[in-house]
Design a protein around this ligand. Structure first.
Ligand SMILES: Cc1cc2nc3c(=O)[nH]c(=O)nc-3n(C[C@H](O)[C@H](O)[C@H](O)COP(=O)(O)O)c2cc1C
Length: 181
């Protein structure tokens, strides 16, 4: 595996049940010596705490577009510029739709528009949400826009359904990041 040493990974975490797996992903990236900067959406904070991710990443966790401690440097532009890659894991149906349309109403979606780094989306959701025509259309649009999409695994889902929608294993996501360099 290529080393991630000195590579800056901006890890966006969406508000899905698989957000807990972002903790393991951060741990693996730090083990590979990546410099990890986590951005949580407002919904993600309902699933995983900034304190946990801050402790695991050894860097401040970012949650707000309008953050008085960051804005002397325009926080979203600074994060967008420093990224060697932006990874969103888990990516919600909502984030897929926003990115497909270029919406920018929170910190993470502003970073997506501002960055020149490659972006990897790792979706996770209920199988019916994944198969919905709107989600599939939006995924197609993300690919047209040049984004990478690591499609979800199939299996037992947290909602009780079986099907496609499980977040890929954190180790698979790390391997995909290495391939993208
Ligand atoms: C318990 C619970 C679990 C959820 N899990 C998911 C999920 O796995 N995937 C998803 O796309 N949305 C899920 N949602 C819905 C999102 O939280 C909701 O769409 C939210 O607006 C996403 O915000 P964000 O995209 O800014 O993170 C879940 C909601 C709840 C209450």
């Amino acid at each position: 595996m290529n080393s991630l040493k000195n590579k800056t990974v901006v890890l966006g975490v969406g508000g899905g049940i698989a957000a807990y797996k972002s903790c393991e992903l951060v741990r693996l990236l730090v083990q590979e010596e990546a410099d990890v900067h986590v951005v949580l959406t407002g919904a993600a904070k309902e699933f995983v705490t900034p304190l946990t991710l801050q402790t695991l990443s050894h860097n401040p966790v970012h949650t707000d577009l309008f953050d008085l401690t960051q804005e002397q440097k325009i926080g979203h532009i600074a994060l967008a510029d420093k990224a060697n890659i932006v990874v969103i894991a888990p990516t919600t149906a909502d984030l897929i739709a926003k990115a497909a349309h270029g919406l920018a109403n929170d910190l993470l979606t502003n970073i997506l528009l501002a960055t020149r780094a490659p972006v990897l989306f790792c979706p996770s959701m209920n199988v019916h949400m994944w198969e919905h025509k709107a989600t599939q259309w939006n995924i197609g649009r993300l690919k047209e826009l040049g984004y990478k999409v690591l499609e979800p695994d199939s299996g037992e889902l947290a909602c009780g359904y079986e099907g496609k929608g499980r977040l890929c294993e954190p180790s698979t996501i790390v391997s995909e990041i290495v391939k993208i360099w």
